[in-house]
Design a protein around this ligand. Structure first.
Ligand code: ADP
Ligand code: MG
Length: 326
């Protein structure tokens, strides 16, 4: 059953700096209980896509297309319904827990808040649930009495996960949720997210620029470049046997554990993604691409099936050629 579906989603920021097409026609489905990774360098439109789901984008963002959650169009929803869907239908874990938590309120109160807001329950019962949630994310329940500054970065990120789970949503979006943590803590928090997703059967959209993070958690992966999905398929396949030169280059920059090609191909990708205001003609990745052919400068490649359950927006892959980056 489809839990979340993006249908031809476009997001354009407008303002004094002109029009910035940040997301350009994304189609993506997430099944109930499924874990889907979204990869791509900074600036490729990942956070814009995530924030569009709960309508957290600024007013300057023009959004077209559809985002269906359980078949209901989030973009057409009234504010009352949307408030109910936030937390209980879908919730987001962002990167910077310090900015998302309220510095002057105790942790327990902040975790209990969405429960009190969305469920008919007493403050005492909500406080108890908050403690149980803190325990589930690996914090002693006594931490409920702490303030955010009394916790480490990893502990704060665990609190954010507890909050995201508070109202039992069907979908969690984690946007670079472990990026600010050091490697050991990152591995623990990833394991926690992975366990919780399995235990509760929630759908997870995990966003990261780091493929090794996604490959340890996700069933399926989509790679974004310049506002578009350029490859999509089973996560392990996409990361270890890429069918788009951008995925291949990302894989080389963020080696996936257990990928023999990663050792032969260290290094990565020179340059930056294009400025959305000055997109090159043809394929957006062409200026950085090692395998580009003439056609790549002339037309934009559509996302087409190149393998079982795998789509790629690359003419070379679509011709059946192997994608070898250097
Ligand atoms: P990512 O999460 O992949 O790093 P973002 O979605 O944050 O990408 O950004 C995509 C593009 O949209 C970038 O070019 C960024 O500069 C631009 N952008 C993001 N937020 C805003 C905003 N509020 N106003 C104008 N442009 C924005
Ligand atoms: Mg981002």
């Amino acid at each position: 059953m489809t839990l979340l579906e993006f249908k031809d989603l476009h997001v354009t920021y407008t303002g004094s700096r002109g029009r910035i097409p940040a997301v350009r026609g994304v189609n993506l489905k997430v099944a109930a209980g499924e874990t889907v990774g979204i990869a791509g360098e900074s600036g490729c439109g990942k956070s814009t896509l995530a924030m569009a789901v709960l309508r957290l984008l600024p007013k300057s963002a023009e959004v077209t297309g559809q985002i269906l959650l359980d078949g209901e169009d989030l973009l057409a929803m009234g504010w009352g319904r949307l408030r109910a869907v936030r937390w209980t239908g879908a919730s987001i874990v962002f990167q910077g827990a310090m900015h998302s938590l309220n510095a002057v309120h105790r942790i327990g109160r902040q975790v209990a808040e969405p429960i009190l807001l969305h469920e008919k329950t007493t403050p005492a019962a909500a406080a108890k649930r908050a403690e149980a949630l803190l325990e589930r994310v690996g914090l002693p329940p006594s931490r409920a009495r702490s303030f955010p500054h009394e916790l480490s970065g990893g502990q704060r990120q665990r609190v954010m996960i507890a909050m995201a789970l508070a109202c039992d949503p069907d979908l969690i979006i984690a946007d670079e949720a472990t990026t600010a943590l050091d490697v050991m803590v990152q591995a623990q928090v990833l394991q926690l997210i992975s366990d919780l997703v399995t235990e509760r059967g929630v759908g997870l959209v995990m966003i990261s620029h780091d493929l090794s993070v996604l490959s340890s958690v996700c069933d399926r992966a989509a790679v974004m470049y310049a506002g578009r999905i350029v490859e999509q398929g089973p996560a392990h396949e996409v990361f270890t046997n890429a069918r788009h030169p951008y995925s291949a280059a990302l894989g080389a920059a963020f080696p996936v554990i257990g990928d023999p090609a990663a050792r032969k191909n260290p290094g990565g990708l020179a340059g930056d993604p294009p400025d959305p205001k000055r997109l090159p003609g043809g394929c957006s990745f062409r200026p950085r691409c090692a395998v580009a052919v003439e056609r790549c400068g002339e037309e934009h490649p559509e996302l087409l099936e190149v393998d079982t359950a795998r789509v790629s927006a690359c003419f070379v892959a679509q011709e059946g050629e192997p994608i070898v980056v250097r």
